[in-house]
Write a protein that binds this ligand. Structure first.
Ligand SMILES: NC(=O)c1ccc[n+]([C@@H]2O[C@H](COP(=O)([O-])OP(=O)(O)OC[C@H]3O[C@@H](n4cnc5c(N)ncnc54)[C@H](O)[C@@H]3O)[C@@H](O)[C@H]2O)c1
Length: 387
């Protein structure tokens, strides 16, 4: 595979060398767009480093390097503009999350997807992880009855990264629903078997992580002070956030993410209940527990641990190579990325307005609110991505 990379930073360097290359040892990076050439070059093999072309536009990249596929790993706010340009070319894409950071971006991407032949793999490793796939398979056997309720928890033990690195820049990330919950909303929808259609959310900010400008006269000196975090008025990442979720098939759920958890408080996973049983799993514990409600049996399944993104990255990488080389279907398609963005934006809006918010649906069904008004679109299936 001749691969072009846009935004060859930490994440893409890791994916390239630890995930894509093992999946395709013949892979060769032929072109890069990244203003930090020195660091980007250091992420390539010495041979690639000598032959690779650094370009300053998508047009130049495609013309000069004629890649078989493109991977986009720039920071969050640039994913959509680059993807939209590339969708017009019909090349397979690997697209980092969050795939959009505003309704306007997501709508633009959805529109561009309506006319493309590109196959897109969205970087959602959790839905691809062996643990999540196993739970999906177990739900599919009917052991629960139907999945009626999902609880998703995410106690993030590395939460400081959202306050002491570039992720603190709210203008770039647009908050931690889009940055973090985008993964969890995606795998919860995958397990529920339906998209999220309605949310009510809350978030807490400026209490644990605070901007250094607030240190003076601060009554609670136990807060964690960092530079350039912003304020609730200018926009800032949250300490924690939670959402009530309604899925299109009537299943309900609740999700919570906490960014100041540390050490053994780390937890990420879900508890899914139906009339007949409850399944819980946690990626940090690498375990699944199945409790049958009406039989005297509880089963525990252990999975291999110490896998990157719990094994999801490897599965994503293999799928991407398969899409490019064998025209396989994407197992993490654009529609999943868009649906997750719509749910995250609805959750953020609900947290700010204190109201339930309908989640816009890919293809135009449902609604999203803009400027206080409901924004309905007529279903237009010709416009739907993935077609
Ligand atoms: N899927 C996942 O699990 C996962 C994990 C980590 C990060 N991410 C996402 O990956 C993205 C990158 O994160 P990172 O930690 O690698 O950040 P990073 O800053 O290390 O990488 C971003 C790269 O983009 C480059 N860049 C800057 N301006 C650019 C431009 N105009 N055009 C092209 N490239 C440009 C930077 O020089 C840098 O090399 C983020 O959006 C993040 O949310 C996803």
């Amino acid at each position: 595979m001749k691969l072009a990379v846009i935004g060859l930073g930490v994440r893409m360097g890791y994916l390239l060398n630890e995930v894509f290359r093992p999946a395709d040892p013949q892979l060769r990076v032929v072109g890069v767009i990244d203003p930090d050439k020195k660091k980007a070059r250091a992420r390539l093999t010495p041979t690639e480093g000598r032959s690779v072309k650094f370009c300053s536009s998508v047009r130049e990249l495609l013309k000069q390097t004629k890649p078989d596929a493109v991977a986009i790993g720039s920071r969050c706010d640039l994913h959509t503009p680059y993807a939209v340009e590339l969708l017009a070319e019909g090349l397979p894409l690997y697209l980092e999350k969050p795939i959009s950071t505003s309704i306007a971006q997501a709508e633009e991407l959805e529109k561009a997807a309506g006319t493309t032949t590109s196959k897109i793999v969205v970087s959602f490793p959790l839905r691809m992880s062996p643990l999540c796939r196993k739970v999906h398979e177990m739900i599919g056997t009917g052991v629960l009855g139907t999945a009626e309720h999902l609880l998703g928890v995410n106690y993030v033990p590395y939460g400081n990264v959202y306050f002491d690195s570039w992720y603190r820049d709210y203008q770039t990330t647009q908050g931690l629903f889009l940055q973090k919950a985008t993964h969890d909303f995606d795998y919860l929808s995958y397990l529920a078997g339906a998209p999220i259609v309605r949310v009510a959310a809350m978030l807490s900010r400026d209490r644990v992580y605070r901007d250094s400008s607030r240190r003076k006269n601060d009554r609670d000196q136990s807060a964690l002070f960092y530079d350039r975090l912003g304020t609730p008025e200018t926009g800032m990442n949250e300490d924690s956030s939670s959402a009530l979720l309604e899925f299109a098939n009537g299943t309900q759920g609740v999700y919570t993410q906490v960014f100041y958890a540390k050490r053994d408080a780390a937890a990420r996973g879900s508890t899914i209940s139906g009339r007949n049983a409850t399944i819980s799993f946690d990626w940090y514990q690498a375990k699944i527990k199945l409790v049958r409600h009406h039989e005297p049996f509880t089963e525990t399944i252990s999975a291999d641990s110490n896998l990157s993104h719990f094994g999801g990255d490897e599965a994503l990488g293999r799928n991407f190579v398969d899409v490019v080389k064998n025209d396989a279907e994407s197992l993490s398609p654009l529609v999943a990325g868009l649906q997750s963005v719509y749910a995250c934006l609805a959750a953020r809006e609900s947290a700010h307005t204190g109201r339930f918010v309908q989640v816009r649906q890919v293809g135009g069904m449902g609604s999203s609110r803009r400027n206080g008004k409901s924004h309905h679109r007529v279903a237009d299936h010709a416009d739907a991505p993935g077609r």
